[in-house]
Design a protein around this ligand. Structure first.
Ligand SMILES: *Cc1c(COP(=O)(O)O)cnc(C)c1O
Length: 343
């Protein structure tokens, strides 16, 4: 990473120094530095601001060295930090594939950063050339989500690599759904490629949306910048403990993923046979996009049956599309039974 990409105030920033970071090594007999209450263990103590134990375990599970890992309060924190670290409000801009995950634009708007969407083609793909064409001297970030939300497909790897090779700013590749994909994820390249940031989350395959734990993988200077700008104790103790418990048994997650992929196949086939459905798009995630004859009508009908899907009809390239999350066997059966009765 080129340090001139960093906002000048952030490059100069002296971060908050946590009480517990200022000593090291010695045997502790009394912790009287942080104005904590001595009672109510273990919740009386501030959690590890750098989540060392959890990062060591994530390093093993994800195959990325601990010093190349940032942990956030959901991926959403890492997304926001990309703006706060790299983008000057009112001056810098970012380029993103379109359609994609809504938070990239919301965070751009909140941070006063110009957001430049570049439309995917009919196969929901993009060429590196089309993304790079929209960049100028003030483009700090390019957002690529793969597998992409809401389209479900992986973005062509050769094009992502071309962007990485030819763009001077940071390329953020959001791999929130990579555990559902048969493609090799990019995250292990993040430690070696200076301008790559890869995002992962515990919210999808790991079944932990409630604990709010997201990850960013990048070269060490980028991780250090994120650590400097984040809230000191951004990952609470309960989240760190629960994540460690989940990561102790990755086979449980693998089992869930296999079941979800089997269900996905059945559900997509059944959708393709529905008279209300015009087309089911291929997917590498735990959801799929279905083009309906009348998405609004099917969406409203399903709401009446207590079945909630995502209506994407007003999203670019997604006219008349519903985004269907693959649920449990029971939930999927409920969805299909309802749609088979729609008239
Ligand atoms: C669901 C999702 C996330 C997860 O965000 P968290 O804040 O970690 O829950 C990230 N990126 C994409 C593209 C998603 O669809």
């Amino acid at each position: 990473m080129d340090m001139s990409l960093v906002r000048p105030n952030i490059a100069r920033l002296t971060p908050y120094s946590c009480a517990r970071n200022e000593y090291s090594g010695t045997k502790v007999n009394a912790l009287l530095d942080a104005n904590e209450n001595p009672y109510n263990r273990p919740f009386n103590r501030y959690p590890d601001p750098l989540q060392r134990e959890l990062k060591a375990r994530i390093a093993e599970v994800k195959g990325v060295p601990a010093q190349n890992i940032f942990l956030g309060n959901g991926s959403d924190e890492a997304i926001d930090l990309c703006y706060r670290v790299f983008c000057q409000p009112g001056i810098d801009n970012v380029v993103a594939i379109e359609p994609t995950y809504g938070m990239y634009k919301v965070c751009a708007d909140i941070n006063g950063v110009d957001y430049r969407p570049v439309l995917l083609d009919d196969h929901f793909q993009i060429s590196a050339g089309r993304l790079l064409e929209r960049c100028d001297a003030h483009t700090k970030l390019i957002w690529i989500c793969s597998p992409n939300n809401p389209t479900g497909n992986n973005i062509n790897r050769e094009e992502i690599v071309k962007v990485l090779d030819n763009f001077h700013g940071m390329v953020v590749v959001d791999e929130a759904y990579s555990d559902f994909s048969s493609k090799v994820p990019l995250r292990q390249e993040a430690a070696g490629r200076g301008n790559l940031i890869v995002l992962n989350t515990m919210s999808k395959a790991w079944g932990c949306a409630a604990i709010r734990l997201g990850m960013a993988f990048a070269e060490e200077p980028v991780i250090e910048l994120f650590n400097k700008v984040k809230y000191p104790y951004n990952i609470n103790l309960l989240t760190q403990q629960k994540a460690l418990e989940m990561l102790a048994d990755p086979f449980e997650m693998d089992k869930w993923v296999r079941t979800i992929l089997l269900e996905r196949g059945r559900l997509m086939q059944a959708f393709a046979d529905l008279p209300q459905c015009e087309r089911v798009f291929p997917t590498d995630a735990n959801f799929f996009l279905a083009r309906m004859k009348d998405a609004q009508a099917s969406y409203d009908y399903l709401i009446g049956k207590g079945v909630i899907v995502r209506n994407r009809t007003r999203v670019s390239l997604c006219h008349n599309c519903l985004r269907i999350t693959v649920g449990s066997k029971g939930e999927n059966a409920t969805l299909l039974a309802a749609l088979r009765q729609q008239r």
